[in-house]
Structure formats: structure tokens, C-alpha cells
Design a protein around this ligand. Structure first.
Ligand code: 4AD
Ligand code: MG
Length: 430
């Protein structure tokens, strides 16, 4: 007997197969009843007819509660009106477990209730679709860097270094000393780039974000490439090539999921290189022209980012930022020492910053000066400073936040739904 996934049923028309899964719904019309089965790959309608099965099987309908786990054997039939275009004429149903009353019903639940039941909520259609897109975004990312000659160099999660400022560090006990959970794998990628030329890492990163916004998690996943002999312009070339690759990949491979999510893909279809590149100063001009009260020198807030991104039909890259609001490691503009050679990519449709990166300071003494200026302890950076002593080269890289990217591609406003088990200021469970 063929044991098959619902997704593949079409290859078995006319054959008897076994499908293992969970009961979605049942519905009886007398001498015949229907069961919608889900198995993680799709849904299929199973038809139970009195004359075609034994009494025991036929009488199961009232027992099979939502989410009961079952193994169903039946014959695959083409049925245009059914979900997926095929249905299963049931021969037998084997019960694994009869589910207790399932807490999530089609009626409206509040987000807090659903988040408290996240371990079950991920079975639901929309959440399922979002997480499948996440899977494809990650696959596309790995493929992109693999195909372009980047080597995966994993960065550690325990670290002694503050990368992205000291206010958002998670400190943890580490035997007789303390350590931080990494905010970014970047510094180690810089070492990797000097060893392999082009490298990337992909892993969870941690920030003690006290802000409760729809764009912030305390644990999020970042993909971080780093390239030796690369300046800011070339860094932006890589970023736009990569982001357009992800979007094209998802348009091609996530059609059904994006449809399920009701995503208007016409805006995603416009995402092709080159992306517009504007300076921070130009971005501030846009804000002024649109009547936003913004003080020059500050970081853009969520609404500022939306106003800027609304001027463009594809992601926009904002570069050359006031140095004070950017981290210690950024190289300064040769023409203006007050500007850091950083770049942020803002997604269209108000999804905010999805990429942050730039060119790194590659001069030893300047970097020492910066570490002091930023009030960071010198000791943990000794290894990092070594990279500027032994064959230093211009280099650059960036980090793309997976959750914000998935939020944009799926059209989901809040990033807590783009990660299986979100961690926020107030949420550590489930
Ligand atoms: O701009 P960020 O802070 O840049 C870095 O960490 C660099 N060291 C990366 C590098 O150059 N290798 O973060 C990069 C991206 C942001 O653009 C955003 O997409 C995401 O990481 N991000 C967050 N996503 C969810 N929740 C948070 N709290 C995030 N903070 C940053
Ligand atoms: Mg940033």
C-alpha cells in the first residue's frame, strides 16, 4: 500500500493509498459523510459512503473530533470541486488518538489567546502559510549565497563583545564570568572574510529590546554576509541582488501560500534591481517635503521609514548616516568624517528596515580610537583588532532580518507571526 502525502495525491489517481494526518472537519448528510483531513502538506476531502465501508467505519463520524489523529486508507479520485482537485473514497479509518475539545475554533480569538496557544495555532491555515514562506525565504537565502561562492562560517552565540550598542545586551552567566548572547554575528564574519573572501552566517540573534513594536523581537534570525575587498557601493550591489532573488524565488515557489494569505503580489513583482539609493540627507529632505517634523541627526522611526519608502515602488537603500547614531565599527566617509558608510534598506509598503550594514573601519588605530570614543572595553576586542594588523583590507557586509523580510513578503503587519515561537518583552511561553 502506498503511504502518500496529500500534496502528491494527484500522482495516484485510481489507486488505493494510505494518508496519515489530523481531522480538520467532518460533515454528515445521512448515508454519506465527509472528512477533511490535513497532513501538513495539504488538505483532502475524504468521502465515507455507507454501502462502501463496514458499519464500524461508517459510525465513526460523531466520534472524530477536530484534530483527532487518524490513518485513512482509500481510493484517490479526481474531483474538481474538492480541495486540491482530488478526493479520497474511504475504505478504512484507523484512529491514533481522539482529540480533546480543541481550543482553537473558527470563531474569532484575540491575538493574546492565539499567542498563548501558539503551539497549536501553527496548525491553522494562515499561520501555516506564513511559516512555509519563512522556510522558502531561508532556503532562497542559503541558495543565493551558496551559488555566489560564499562559505558558511557559523558565528558563536555566547560572546564577550557588544556589537550593536550596550543598551540591548542580554547578559548570561558563563561559569565564573558573564557573557552576552550575540546581537549580531558580524565581527566573526569579518574574521571569516579575511580567511575565505566571501562568507555568511545564519543564526538567532538576541536583543533586549524594551520597545513593544510590531517590528521588534528579542530573539530574531539574521543572515549576515561579509565580503573582503568590498566597498559600500559593492555592498549595496550584493544587498539588492540578494533581496530581489528572495522575492523572485517566493513569487515562483510560494504562489499558493501567498494566495492563501491574500497577498497582493503585484507590488512584489516590481522588486527588481537596481534599487534606488539615497543618502540620509536626501531621506531627511523627503520627510521635510512630506511635512514630517524630524530633527536632523536622529534615527528614523517607524512612521518616518514608511513615509520614505512610500516614495518608491521597490526597496530603497539609505546610506551615509550621521556617525553618532551608528555603531563604532563603521568606516567614515572620506569626504565627510561625520558620516558613517552604513546602509539601511527599507522595504516598500511601510514594512520598515529589513537590512542594515555597511563598510567597516579597516584601519587599526582609527578603530582603537572609536572603541574608546564609544566607551567600550578594549580587552574583548583584541582579536578583532588583530584583523587590522594582519593584512587588513576594505570590507563590507550586511544583516538581513528574516522575520521582517517574511512580514513584508507575506503582507503580515506584526512580525510575531513570522517566527514559530516569538520571544518578546512580555513573552517567553510557549
Ligand atoms: O541593523 P542591524 O542592527 O545590523 C546589524 O546587526 C549588523 N551588525 C549586521 C551586519 O552588518 N552584519 O540589524 C540588521 C537587521 C535589521 O535591518 C532588521 O531587519 C533586523 O536585523 N533586526 C531585527 N528584527 C527583529 N527584531 C529586532 N529587534 C531586530 N533588530 C534588528
Ligand atoms: Mg539597523
Amino acid at each position: 500500500m502506498n503511504q502518500v502525502n496529500i500534496l502528491d495525491l494527484g500522482n495516484y489517481a485510481g489507486e488505493e493509498v494510505t494518508v496519515k494526518g489530523w481531522v480538520y472537519t467532518t460533515r454528515s448528510i445521512g448515508k454519506i459523510w465527509f472528512l477533511i483531513l490535513r497532513d501538513g502538506t495539504g488538505l483532502v476531502q475524504c468521502v465515507v459512503v455507507k454501502e462502501e465501508t463496514d458499519d464500524e467505519t461508517f459510525n465513526l463520524e460523531p466520534i472524530l473530533t477536530q484534530e483527532s489523529s487518524v490513518i485513512i486508507t482509500g481510493t484517490v479520485r479526481k474531483e474538481a470541486r474538492s480541495v486540491g482537485g482530488f478526493e479520497l473514497g474511504v475504505n478504512s479509518i484507523q484512529i491514533n488518538q481522539i482529540s480533546e475539545e480543541y481550543p482553537i475554533s473558527p470563531k474569532e480569538h484575540g491575538t493574546d489567546f492565539l499567542m498563548n496557544h501558539r503551539h497549536l495555532w501553527i496548525r491553522s491555515k494562515l499561520q501555516h502559510a506564513i511559516l512555509r514562506v519563512r522556510h522558502q525565504v531561508i532556503k532562497a537565502s542559503r541558495d543565493f549565497f551558496d551559488q555566489n561562492g560564499f562559505i558558511l562560517v557559523d558565528s558563536p552565540i555566547f560572546t564577550a563583545n557588544a556589537v550593536e550598542g550596550t543598551t540591548s545586551l542580554f547578559e548570561v552567566g558563563y561559569f565564573d564570568r558573564s557573557a552576552y548572547l550575540t546581537q549580531s554575528g558580524q565581527l566573526y564574519q569579518e574574521a571569516g572574510a579575511m580567511a575565505f573572501g566571501k562568507v555568511y552566517c545564519f543564526g538567532p540573534t538576541f536583543r533586549a529590546e524594551k520597545s513593544k513594536t510590531r517590528r521588534h523581537l528579542t530573539e530574531f534570525w539574521m543572515i549576515e554576509p561579509e565580503i573582503a575587498f568590498c566597498d559600500l557601493e559593492q555592498d549595496m550591489d550584493w544587498a539588492e541582488k540578494y533581496v530581489s532573488y528572495i522575492v523572485q524565488w517566493c513569487l515562483e515557489h510560494c504562489k499558493t501560500d501567498l494566495e492563501t494569505l491574500d497577498r497582493d503580489v503585484s507590488t512584489l513583482e516590481k522588486v527588481a534591481t537596481p534599487f534606488p539609493r539615497i543618502t540620509y540627507d536626501e531621506a531627511v529632505e523627503i520627510l521635510k517635503k512630506n511635512g514630517v517634523d524630524f530633527e536632523y541627526g536622529g534615527d528614523f522611526g517607524g512612521t518616518d521609514e514608511t513615509v520614505i519608502s512610500e516614495q518608491f515602488d521597490r526597496p530603497v537603500m539609505v546610506h551615509r548616516w550621521p556617525a553618532e547614531i551608528k555603531p563604532f565599527y563603521m568606516k567614515r566617509d572620506a569626504e565627510n568624517d561625520n558620516l558613517a558608510m552604513g546602509v539601511d534598506m527599507l522595504a516598500p509598503e511601510g514594512y520598515g528596515e529589513i537590512v542594515g550594514g555597511g563598510q567597516r573601519e579597516d584601519d587599526h588605530d582609527t578603530l582603537v580610537k572609536r572603541i574608546k570614543e564609544y566607551g567600550l572595553p578594549m580587552e574583548p576586542f583584541q582579536w578583532y583588532l588583530d584583523l587590522r594588523k594582519y593584512g587588513s583590507v576594505p570590507h563590507a557586509g550586511f544583516g538581513l532580518g528574516i522575520e521582517r523580510t517574511v512580514a513584508w513578503i507575506t503582507g503580515i503587519r506584526h512580525i510575531r507571526e513570522t517566527i514559530p515561537f516569538p520571544r518578546t518583552l512580555t513573552r517567553l511561553e510557549p
